[in-house]
Ligand binder design. Structure first.
Ligand SMILES: NC(=O)c1ccc[n+]([C@@H]2O[C@H](COP(=O)([O-])OP(=O)(O)OC[C@H]3O[C@@H](n4cnc5c(N)ncnc54)[C@H](OP(=O)(O)O)[C@@H]3O)[C@@H](O)[C@H]2O)c1
Length: 290
């Protein structure tokens, strides 16, 4: 199962997984776009096995419904890629159906609930893997000025709102989640790793509406040496998803297909545990993975 597999890096990865013989489930909020995505994957590979299940990560009820739909199918689950998300455009915070700031709610909380509800499926299907897509932007100063500022008293923008800071916070939360999940899954045959696809202007450009932005992201930036193509970015996911090493090794941050140190703060186990416990409370879960 891959979240946000209709477009961008998720779509490129879904195509590669299907080509490797996986039965791929696109968990996505737009079933019409999913149908088109499935058509495109099957056009390039007639033996591809792909279907979609509705999922809106910005609603706990929709996440629960997605899991119920999946579980009713009786499939095993060998791979969950928590890929969907991004940052919210604009200067104003927006909120999920449950009242959480949209970037944090979608990128972290939606995936936190989804993964926890699917843990029994993953364990019963072991060996299995969970891959959470973070970003090097969780590292202070990476990609220009700016750093995460993870403040429990400002999670809903009570003190200030900055779309970039909230994106960085959500990606730090993804790191804490991936590492804490690995600690909690020890001995189960399920691994948890985080990945960063690198800077992929083409995926960003698809969302831009101004002609100048599209020119910049689709034509100019992709030529820069620091940019990654959809092909390169999805290859990074594929390393985490299919390299035999990550069947038994978890708790790593994989960038450009290589294990890379993440920020000092991301290794803070106390902070990771606190976020886990708070997330359980917010999502209405007991203790999540024990
Ligand atoms: N592009 C980069 O340079 C870059 C760098 C580092 C990390 N990343 C990360 O890579 C991942 C994929 O991003 P991308 O660049 O491929 O962008 P993208 O093409 O915009 O993909 C994002 C996907 O997330 C889905 N999504 C957003 N909100 C959702 C929700 N509430 N429920 C369900 N699905 C939702 C979108 O679905 P819709 O089609 O319905 O909108 C879309 O399919 C993200 O986690 C992003 O943060 C990207």
């Amino acid at each position: 199962m891959i979240t946000g597999g209709n477009s961008g890096i998720g779509f490129a990865t879904a195509g590669k997984l299907a080509a490797k013989g996986f039965h791929v489930i696109l968990a996505s909020r737009n079933q019409q776009t999913s149908a088109q995505a499935i058509e495109r994957i099957c056009a390039g590979n007639p033996s591809a096995s792909v279907e979609s299940i509705p999922l809106d990560l910005a609603s706990f009820a929709a996440v629960r419904q997605c899991v119920a739909t999946f579980q009713a199918k009786g499939y095993p689950l060998h791979l969950l890629i928590n890929n969907a998300g991004g940052s919210v455009a604009g200067q104003q915070a927006s909120f999920t159906a449950d009242g959480f700031e949209m970037t944090f709610g979608t990128n972290h909380l939606g995936h936190f609930l989804l993964t926890n509800l699917l843990l029994d499926n993953l364990k019963q299907s072991a060996p299995a893997r969970v891959i959470t897509v973070s970003s090097q932007k969780h590292v202070p100063g990476y990609g220009g000025k700016g750093a995460p500022d993870f403040d429990y008293d400002n999670l809903k923008g009570e003190k200030y709102y900055d779309t970039q800071v909230f994106y960085r916070n959500s990606k730090l939360a993804n790191m804490w989640f991936a590492y804490e999940l690995q600690r909690r899954l020890a001995g189960t045959g399920v691994t948890s790793n985080a990945v960063c696809p690198g800077f992929v202007p083409e995926a960003i450009g698809n969302r831009r509406t101004s002609a100048l932005d599209r020119l910049m992201y689709k034509q100019i930036l992709p030529r820069m040496p620091f940019a990654r193509s959809l092909e390169q970015a999805s290859s990074s996911y594929m390393v985490a998803a299919t390299d035999p090493r990550y069947e038994s090794v978890g708790g790593k941050f994989i960038v450009d297909g290589k294990e890379t140190p993440s920020s000092d703060e991301s290794y803070d186990e106390e902070k990771a545990r606190r976020l886990w416990e708070m997330s359980c409370e917010w999502c209405g879960l007991g203790n999540g993975a024990s």
